[in-house]
Design a protein around this ligand. Sequence first.
Ligand code: NAD
Length: 415
Amino acid sequence: MPHTPAPEEMNVYQNAEARFEVAATKLGLEQGIYRYLKYPDKEITLYIPVGMDNGQLEVFTGYRVLHSTVRGPGKGGIRFAPDVSIDEVRALSAWMTWKCAVVDIPFGGAKGGIICDPRKMSRSELERLTRRYTAERDVPAPDVGTNEQTMAWVMDTYSMHARQATTAVVTGKPIELGGSRGRREATGRGVMICVDKALAKLGMKKETTRVIIQGFGNVGSLAADLMQKAGYKIIGLADIGGGLYNEKGFDVPKVIDWVYKQKKQLQDFPGGGSKMSSRDVLFQPCDVLIPAAIENQITEQNAHQVQCKILCEGANGPTTWQADAIIDAKGVFTVPDILGNAGGVTVSYFEWVQDRQGFFWRESEVNERLLDVMERSFDEVVRYAETHKVNNRIAAYMLAIDRVATALKLRGIYA
Ligand code: NAD
């Protein structure tokens, strides 16, 4: 009989907190600093009125959590999804603080979310929802359910209020509106750079490395495309509609065309392979497993079924903290989310820098700088893990908390 995980295992905030507690204890963080970093700076609940296409007025609930501005302005995406909750936004905002610190970029952490189902809303309803949310709040980047178009509406709404075009207030914009070259691929590229580094560490070769990716959106589809072009064999793919496993490997550009141009179901892709649930794809034999969809996919109940050598997290929080020990005991090399998917916020940082300079870089320049940041951060996390005899996830948290705590002590508490 399938076992249902305990509710606390599925609460992402408790997952984020559990890792924070372990890392803070290992660091011997003093009590005051510990309390300061444990809680967000500010949480806001919004009730957002939107006139729907049918003439009815609907009120959507949204959240914005600012976790930390110790190292710079709060940075973090907006998520549009039916199951958004304050705990989820809280966890995601704390992860943004630690992520920006792991890759050492001058941002704090924030996140926003609106409870809605973007697939059931028209373009104009989404536009009105986005504009009303922006008029009320500060400004971020795309996440699940939002995209470049959403960010363009955010930029326009903010600019109208500021009475001048203000591009640097939001990242993940279309290139035509001050977006950065390479931002669209940045998270997937960052995932690939981490996997390249892990392979080198374990003495493996790309050509014989089989990869499974769950999630075929911004992160998953672009990671799949870039990795196949680099020589990896992509043998498993999945999205919300289900998964496909094909030991012979997929022709990823054809799958992208099938899903995004022809608007067909990923699982119906005619390139062969066995159909299975999106969750089951995670447990097929492979060398590299990349969960790049949503949180809580690898849990205490199923972690023993994972059959990979490297787990590189593209999604935020795909592994629960109860599953960590099981994955570690199997000897899997883990690249935790706050490192694995940090390529997105890194190029968002580049976008912010370019907007403020009013000078835009070549794509090769963006990619080169991203490579530098990701390789350095990977090395720092792995070195930290080896020095402190902890796993890579706890090492990434320790490194991040240490950096934020140091900045906090240097600034002092304004009270
Ligand atoms: P997206 O909306 O573009 O794509 C999400 C994908 O996951 C889709 O293919 C969808 O079908 C699939 N999916 C959704 N629910 C699923 C389920 N229950 N089972 C299996 N598949 C499911 O989102 P994205 O931007 O690619 O983000 C994916 C993850 O990566 C999220 O956790 C997000 O927070 C994280 N992330 C994104 C970025 C970024 O730059 N976009 C950066 C860092 C982290």
